[in-house]
Design a protein around this ligand. Structure first.
Ligand SMILES: NC(=O)c1ccc[n+]([C@@H]2O[C@H](COP(=O)([O-])OP(=O)(O)OC[C@H]3O[C@@H](n4cnc5c(N)ncnc54)[C@H](O)[C@@H]3O)[C@@H](O)[C@H]2O)c1
Length: 250
């Protein structure tokens, strides 16, 4: 995975949930390609550990489910780096240890999963879209192949991530006349912290159901996000790009 030097010079990129995993890999990728990058994550220590000290990086500690935190992050990012050209709505998660079969699930966990995986993307987009309508831009939203496949045991997560697809399509249609593209990426099994906690049996099962036969790296997603954010992708909008080694094909 080779960075394209200077592809994003003079572009301001905002990424949510960028202290670890896919968000951190994407932040590093945009930095490598010349962008100014503003990130928000609630884990201050991991922001410092996983992202380089850089004059084109603004790293803010905050919770994306807190509307005020996102508003002040957006205000700070735009005052330091100027209006947002590229937004990667990455933050999201399943109920993790609270996930389980639907008949045992609770509304409290559904609300948590929908909030962090869907509403954060709507909230952050709402902040950047007014300026993007005037200047053009790129929005990339984080879905998951779990929504397409319909993975059991994480019904709320699949619901939120398919909500991201609907949000992507409708917003893409509204913003296309304004030279703003809106797309989603839908990864399959990517080696991040959540995967490090899986048992060897589960990892073998994932590999067996993935035609490519292996678990990919966060950088595999970062490369696709960078492409969708680039000038080369100007005529691609409303799409959901599966990055899952062939587990689901559209
Ligand atoms: N890893 C995979 O296999 C996979 C597959 C499909 C989709 N995804 C999606 O990719 C995105 C990133 O996941 P990842 O695997 O890189 O996870 P990760 O845990 O490695 O990183 C997620 C980051 O988001 C941050 N975060 C979580 N909730 C937050 C909040 N409320 N406010 C601020 N920051 C918050 C965490 O601190 C962490 O740094 C998620 O939306 C996830 O659903 C991941």
């Amino acid at each position: 995975m080779t960075a394209v030097p200077d592809r994003f010079v003079d572009k301001t990129v905002v990424i949510t949930g960028a202290a670890n995993g896919i968000g951190a890999a994407t932040a590093r990728r945009f930095l490598d390609e010349g962008a100014r990058v503003a990130v928000i994550d609630r884990e201050a220590e991991m922001l410092a550990e996983n992202l380089p000290i850089h004059d084109r990086l603004l790293a803010v500690t905050g919770d994306c489910t807190d509307a005020e935190a996102l508003t002040s992050f957006h205000a700070r990012a735009t005052s330091v780096f100027g209006p947002v050209d590229i937004l990667f709505n990455n933050v999201g998660q399943s109920g993790r240890e609270r996930a389980g079969p639907f008949h045992e699930s609770t509304e409290e966990v559904w609300r948590f999963v929908l909030e962090v995986s869907l509403l954060t993307a709507m909230r952050m987009s709402r902040l950047v879209v007014p300026a993007m309508r005037a200047r053009g831009g790129r929005i990339v939203n984080m879905s998951s192949d779990a929504a397409f496949v319909g993975d059991a045991g994480i019904v709320d997560y699949a619901t939120a991530k398919m909500g991201v697809v609907g949000f992507t399509r409708a917003l893409a249609r509204e913003l296309a006349p304004h030279h703003v593209t809106v797309n989603a990426v839908a990864p399959g099994a990517i080696r991040t912290r959540a995967h490090d906690r899986l048992t060897p049996e589960v990892i073998e099962r994932i590999k067996a159901t993935t035609p490519a036969g292996y678990i990919a790296e966060p950088e595999d997603v970062a490369g696709a996000v960078a492409f969708l954010a680039s000038a080369d992708a100007r005529y691609i909008t409303g799409q959901s790009l599966l990055i899952d080694g062939g587990r689901w094909m559209v």
